[in-house]
Write a protein that binds this ligand. Structure first.
Ligand SMILES: Nc1ncnc2c1ncn2[C@@H]1O[C@H](COP(=O)(O)OP(=O)(O)OP(=O)(O)O)[C@@H](O)[C@H]1O
Ligand SMILES: [Mg+2]
Length: 583
């Protein structure tokens, strides 16, 4: 019990959930206590009515009082409901914000193990459990707890002997049921995990619909999804069965106790030890107690469920990024940036991907790039070219050796400052579900429409964008599904051009273009690249002919470097590749 509540109270305190909305919490609890007090006075009013008879003096006043009590109860109950529900929604909104903010800090390696669909499921379905807990269960628990205690005290005052017997019997009945509640938490966590699996699966399949259909795998995917749904359902059923049994047992036992005590009470009335009004009052309190116990046991189940969900959310909120930036900001870096002639330097760098530690993706890699020069990285597929870019952007941490940018170790750079100096056109262009204008402007959010247009022209994207139905305002579809591969590449290129950084990384930036477009983009690059330091990855060697330096990689190593002519003369790997392409 302690550690279930521990998980919940940890985030309550850690994220100042209580402190931030203190007034509302206090108001809610005040309303709750008032409502409980009002409910607890109802049995007294009834005893009064029963014992003084229905014909006595002041009967009108008594009924009027009862009515006023009802209105008061209604108002404070509504107030409590409003505040508690508000707090539930607020807490969930805060948690979602926090989880998402923390996800944005994580390094790419984090998402190689965690599926995004799973994060989404945690953000939506797990937070809903917590919302139910804060918005409903907490208030039910508080109210029932208060009612339980209040009714118990009032019952003791009405008839200590009867109340004592009832209390002892109830304790004997409730404790074992309480202990069983722990089981619910384990079941809940498994069941939420299954829900996350289902979402992850659906997300993956829906993102790959054309492939699914091209391979006629609809029924295969349907079967996989059905199985996931069935698993989720069965897990939930198990939990529901367990809780139903628990509820049945709780109600049977609690009411047996009440019936037994009532039977004793009736005998006391007939022997004259208790008045009929007192017994009425006692029974009403007993019903209140049974009701609040029933509510508490159900809430206990909810708490157990939410504890399972909270654990998972706390994991997401507390994950620390594997890559931490250094302290070097822009002001410190300006000087070396101006003076240094070597902009990028790899020195004996070794690197393995975290998910494949036994394989060296880069092996003793060394090369350097002069300011304002154009360097090309070429080599067979899987040689490690994209990996070089990932390390420059510090998506991963290298194991040995040193990488310098503007004369400073990348480890010393603040991550955001380092990445502001670099623009990348990735191998797989990323298009957001927005307009062409917004997609290009992603490179620099404060760019004017004219600047966006100029960047699009440089990337030779202006022509096809203008021809789209709504021009630059045309919605490009999720992941840019409404564009061709080459068009996506040019949008991606325009975005990088708009960012206008000192270093430009082009990963197969023109690979999907036809020869003519490629030549045009190449010409555009010739216009924008001078003065800028660029690293270009290319399989088509025609695109690297004009590079100042060509670095040839194979199996994570630099095998040779030089200019097109010197490499041809060396008659190595480059010459071999060139022979295949240029004859
Ligand atoms: N995230 C990753 N986790 C584990 N291994 C990876 C990861 N990304 C790439 N690799 C592996 O690292 C090696 C180098 O990959 P890289 O993407 O750098 O190749 P590349 O030279 O860019 O190839 P291509 O020309 O096909 O794009 C490959 O063997 C690849 O399987
Ligand atoms: Mg690559």
């Amino acid at each position: 019990m302690a550690n279930q509540l521990g998980a919940i109270s940890r985030w309550l305190s850690e994220y100042h959930v209580i402190a931030r909305y203190r007034t509302r919490w206090i108001l809610a609890i005040v309303f709750l206590l008032l409502a409980a007090a009002a409910t607890l006075t109802v049995p007294i009013a009834f005893r009064d009515l029963v014992d003084t008879g229905l014909t006595s003096e002041g009967i009108n006043q008594k009924f009027l009082n009862l009515l006023i009590l009802a209105v008061f109860l209604a108002v404070v109950t509504a107030g409590r409901f409003y505040l508690m529900s508000w707090l539930g929604e607020r807490v969930v909104a805060d948690i979602r914000d926090r989880v998402f903010a923390n996800m944005l800090r994580q390094s790419p390696a984090y998402f190689e193990t965690l599926r995004t669909g799973e994060v989404l499921s945690r953000l939506t379905s797990d937070t809903t459990l917590i919302q139910a807990l804060v918005g409903t269960s907490v208030s039910v628990a508080l109210r029932s707890g208060v009612m339980f205690l209040g009714a118990l005290l009032m019952m003791l005052a009405t008839s200590a002997w009867l109340a004592g017997i009832m209390l002892m019997l109830l304790i004997a009945v409730v404790l074992p049921l309480w202990a069983l509640g722990r089981q619910v938490r384990k079941m809940s966590r498994t069941s939420q995990d299954k829900v996350a699996d289902t979402s992850a699966l659906a997300g993956e399949v829906l993102n790959a619909m054309p492939t699914v259909q091209a391979f006629v795998r609809e029924s295969y995917e349907q079967a996989r999804f059905s199985k996931a749904v069935r698993d989720t359902f069965e897990q939930a059923c198990q939990r529901i069965r367990f809780r139903s049994g628990l509820t049945a047992a709780a109600i049977t036992l609690a009411f047996s106790v009440i019936v037994f005590v009532l039977w004793m009470g009736v005998r006391q009335v007939s022997s004259g030890e208790l008045s009929l009004g007192e017994l009425t009052q006692f029974v009403m309190y007993a019903v209140l107690i049974a009701g609040s116990l029933g509510a508490l046991s159900e809430v206990w189940g909810d708490v157990q469920r939410a504890a399972g969900a909270t654990e998972r959310l706390v994991e997401l909120m507390q994950a620390e990024p594997q890559i931490q930036g250094g302290a070097v900001g822009s002001s410190v870096a300006v000087m070396p940036e101006l003076k240094s002639t070597t902009v990028i330097a790899f020195d004996q760098v070794n690197f393995s991907y975290p998910s494949r530690p036994e394989m060296l993706a880069l092996n003793q890699l060394s090369f350097s790039v002069k300011a304002g020069s154009r360097t090309a990285l070429v080599g067979p597929s899987g040689a490690g070219k994209t990996t070089v870019f990932s390390l420059l952007l510090r998506f991963y941490a290298h194991a040995r050796g040193q990488i310098e940018i503007f004369g400073r170790d990348v480890l010393d750079w603040r991550l955001d400052e380092l990445r502001k100096k670099i623009a990348i056109v990735p191998q797989e262009p990323v298009i957001f579900a927005a307009s062409a204008m917004d997609n290009i402007r992603y490179g620099r959010l404060d760019a004017t429409d004219q600047e966006v247009l100029a960047a699009a022209k440089s990337a030779h994207a202006d022509g096809f964008i203008s021809a789209l139905p709504q021009g630059y305002d045309t919605f490009l579809g999720e992941r840019g599904v409404r564009l061709s591969g080459g068009q996506r590449q040019r949008i991606s290129l325009a975005r990088a051009i708009l960012k206008n950084p000192p270093i430009l990384l082009l990963d197969e930036a023109t690979s999907s273009l036809d020869a003519e477009s490629e030549r045009e983009v190449q010409r555009a690059l010739d216009e924008i690249l001078p003065g800028r330091t660029s690293l270009t990855i290319a399989h088509r060697l025609a695109t690297v002919l004009r590079a100042d330096q060509i670095v040839v990689m194979d199996a994570g190593q630099v095998v040779e470097s030089g200019t097109h002519t010197s490499l041809l003369a060396d008659n190595g790997l480059y010459a071999r590749l060139a022979k295949l392409q240029f004859v």
